[in-house]
Design a protein around this ligand. Structure first.
Ligand code: F6P
Length: 376
């Protein structure tokens, strides 16, 4: 039995732990398993760049962040576009699969990557997807691996900022990763005790943010912490068309939304404001214990599915149980924070002003006209 494996898109802490889960299960259950690791994601599959893995390659990697196979971003929208030498990438991937006589291809990837996995499924390949992303925005699974480790790091950042903000009596903006969804910001913001949380799904009113900062100051609170997702948008920006919004991003005079919010808050409140951006640190380091367990479970489940010949699924979690979600259902959808999400309701109870506007997201981010199931 020959199984191909690749890690695609932005990395995260628990990729190696997940591959190890798949590999250990396969090696343990069958003697004739050979695993082919493609280098740098779909690039390796397209250009036949691979390594024949050995059981020892998967040993000692549970706690190692990053990916032993390397990764790259190969945008889904360019998959049908020939490369600079006229190569048809989809045909090339199919040829590599056939040439290597693979029985299955396992793809560890996020939203964009799983769209390509589904494309390969439609093209007749046996595929299995595993949900990687610190953003936790893959549709159909409650959790993705990498998310919890990133929450830990983002929370640690807010914790560190807390002490210095309190000493100096400053307003701090902490920018958390997540261009399209705010799960990481919402979780880290709550865990770190941020006073205001701004996520892409809830366009903010800068005057209300400033009022909340002023209110805290009036109550004698010497500092405020605002957790801002990198994709946070104001109500005015949310009202723009996709084209107008792109133009605004291209011409924005600030390095990111946090600096823009910082400048406005400083102007509106007269308080001293600082911005902290942990950036890619949130994807780095060792996977946390939760992710190690999650990855091992997902990997083992994927291994069993390969042995049972069950293909075409994303292996995810539903209510703490392994779930097999058809890739056809997953592709092109985003799991966003919903208005009726319990965490949102709880945050509201504690005084956050939250307004969900998912329409904006549907307009800007859904692929192929497929709308996300808002009731997921
Ligand atoms: O998808 C994961 C993610 O970390 C997002 O949160 C972030 O916006 C993006 O990747 C950053 O991408 P890159 O590594 O290409 O800069």
């Amino acid at each position: 039995m020959r199984v191909g494996m690749l890690t695609s898109g932005g990395d995260c802490q628990s990729l190696n732990a997940t591959m190890r889960g798949v590999a250990k299960t396969l090696y343990n259950q069958r003697k004739d398993v050979e695993i082919i690791g493609f280098i740098e994601g779909y690039r390796g599959l397209i250009y036949e760049d691979y390594r024949i893995m050995k059981s020892k390659d998967f040993s000692g990697i549970l706690t190692n962040g990053g990916t032993i196979l390397g990764t790259s971003r190969q945008p889904f929208k360019l998959m049908r576009v020939p490369d600079e030498n006229g190569l048809d990438k989809v045909e090339a991937m199919k040829n590599t699969y056939k040439k290597l006589k693979l029985d299955c291809l396992v793809v560890l990837g996020g939203n964009g990557s799983q769209k390509t996995t589904n494309l390969l499924r439609q093209e007749g390949l046996n595929v299995i997807g595993l949900p990687k992303t610190i953003d936790n925005d893959l549709w159909g699974t409650d959790v993705t691996f990498g998310f919890q480790s990133a929450i830990n790091l983002a929370t640690q950042t807010i914790d560190c900022i807390h002490t210095t903000a309190a000493s100096h009596g400053r307003v701090f903006i902490v920018e958390i990763m997540g261009h399209k969804v705010g799960w990481l910001t919402l979780h880290a913001g709550i865990a770190g005790g941020a006073d205001i949380i701004l996520v892409p799904e809830i366009p903010y009113d800068i005057n209300k943010v400033a009022a909340a900062v002023n209110k805290r100051a009036k109550e004698g609170k010497r500092f405020s912490i605002i957790a801002v997702a990198e994709g946070a948008i104001s109500k005015e920006q949310a009202a723009l068309s996709k084209k107008e919004y792109k133009k605004y991003i291209a011409t924005r005079q600030y390095p990111s939304i946090s600096y823009e919010i910082g400048a406005k808050i400083s102007e509106l409140t007269g308080q001293e404001v600082r911005v902290a951006v942990p950036g890619h640190m949130q994807r780095g380091g060792s996977p946390c214990p939760y992710d190690r367990v999650l990855s091992t479970r997902l990997g083992a489940a994927a291994g069993k599915m390969i042995l049972d010949g069950e293909f075409g699924y994303l292996v995810g979690m539903k209510n703490n149980h392994i779930a097999k979600i058809p890739l056809a259902d997953v592709a092109g959808k985003l799991k966003m924070i919903q208005p009726d999400d319990e965490m949102v309701q709880e945050a509201k109870l504690m005084g956050f002003h939250l307004e969900i506007n998912c329409k904006w997201h549907i307009q800007h981010y859904t692929a192929n006209g497929v709308l996300p199931d808002l009731k997921m």
